[in-house]
Design a protein around this ligand. Structure first.
Ligand code: 6GU
Length: 248
């Protein structure tokens, strides 16, 4: 997967790209992150990238010239890349979007534009293909969002995670929250591991986990069930089990 990150703070990405699974994926070239320093495209002797907003108001706005020049330099090197503007006004980043962007990164490449300051000059939007937000809160810049997107997409790239099954079974890849997990000891301060997990009957364990995922999702994130295909028996289970019985 190829990702170009356009940012005023390339150093922000130093430690994350050298650490853990992302660090390995980066050094092996499975996740090629190119950091594009927006300052290089700044204007004048001081390489200015921002300015006061026309009409007044608090804060500074990123100038179109430097941002569009940076985007064009990435497009020149990666003609098929998708340029994604990171902004709280974008479409919401979810696991389905992570899957989509991982595919885009593997095919033609992905470019992530990180803003700082109060916002972007509106004319920048015409040079981007997509706008994404990681949630309904305001960050100081897009760097954290870019990192979240790179991580979520990187772990979907073949070969990045050792165990391919773990990407299929985990939270949200089937649209549900993950079932409860346990490891040793069998008893911790009086709290026991559910008996069913100790029996070794894989069909029974799979059924228990599915039920737990359904109940937990119904209790914590009921809106997620809208996008999930349920059997008649599962619908009955959710009707007959009030959320309070989900054990939480
Ligand atoms: Cl993508 N950028 C900024 N600055 N704030 C955000 C965001 C992005 N997503 C949520 N909040």
């Amino acid at each position: 997967m190829k990702v170009s990150v356009i940012t005023l703070f390339p150093e922000f990405f130093g430690s994350p790209l050298q650490t853990g699974i992302l660090g390995r994926a980066h050094s092996e070239g499975r996740v090629a992150v190119e950091l594009v320093d927006l300052r290089r495209f700044g204007e004048g002797r001081h390489q200015i990238t921002d300015d006061y907003p026309f009409g007044g108001g608090a804060g500074m706005v990123l100038k179109p010239g430097p941002v569009v020049a940076a985007i064009e330099s990435v497009r020149a090197a990666t003609p098929d890349c998708r340029v994604v503007l990171l902004t709280p006004q974008g479409r919401l980043f979810r696991q389905t979007v992570a899957q989509e962007l991982a595919g885009v990164g593997l095919a033609g490449g992905l470019a992530l534009v990180c803003g700082r300051y109060e916002g972007y000059d509106e004319r920048i939007r015409a040079y981007c293909d997509d706008e994404v937000s990681i949630g309904d809160f305001v960050l100081m810049g897009g760097e954290c969002a870019a990192l979240a997107i790179v991580e979520a997409a990187a772990r979907l790239v073949p070969g990045v995670l050792g165990d391919e099954a773990s990407t299929r079974e985990e939270s949200l890849s089937d649209g549900l929250l993950e079932y409860p997990q346990y490891t040793r000891p069998r008893e911790f301060r009086g709290a026991e591991v559910p008996e069913v997990l100790l029996g070794g009957n894989h069909a029974v364990i799979a059924a228990w986990r599915r039920t737990q995922s359904l109940l937990r999702t119904a209790h914590r994130r009921p809106e997620l069930l809208q996008g999930v295909e349920l059997t008649a028996a599962e619908r009955r289970l959710l009707r007959e089990t009030s959320a309070g019985e989900a054990g939480e």
